[in-house]
Design a protein. Sequence first.
Length: 201
Amino acid sequence: MVVMVAVRTRGDTAHPAHPGRQLMPGIIRELAAGKLLIAARELPDGNFAETVILLADYGAGGAMGLILNRQSDIPVSRAFPKLKAAPPDARIFVGGPVGTTKVVGLLRARSPEKDVRHIVSDIFLVAEREPLEGLIGSGADARHFRVYFGYAGWAPGQLEHEAVEGAWHVVAADADLIFDPDPATMWQREVRRTEGLMARR
């Protein structure tokens, strides 16, 4: 079970993406676990600039998500040296600036594994170390399983404030995008697509 951790990731003051932007209160209704946050082009925060985030938790206690498009050069096998079967081609992802010693996983599976939590579609969050190490040690396919150090977190009301200020485009999650084979170009593709959809409204 995932415990919601309410934190501020930007200090005590939230910074709007664009001070003169018209507020969009309707976007608050779209925020939910399983949604994707696409960073707006004007987002000034280096922690989140040009990111695509999967919201894994959202509620009165705050929000928690994982950055999907920041793949590191660190092999999973180096982070878990005792697990001899760790996939040699799998790399650790930087899930966010909070709790950088915490490790979690995202799993894509048709049937749920033990000790995982459903997020959206066939995507599950693996938040406990034992099942996480079990998946890594079994040589889980890197196309359907990814490991993240750290996460993105928002205190109660913080994400809502950023959303109405235009910092994020909130869109439905796509399982194929969550496990996109080219995370380095994910934000560029998604921000263009999202802006195109908004222009046609």
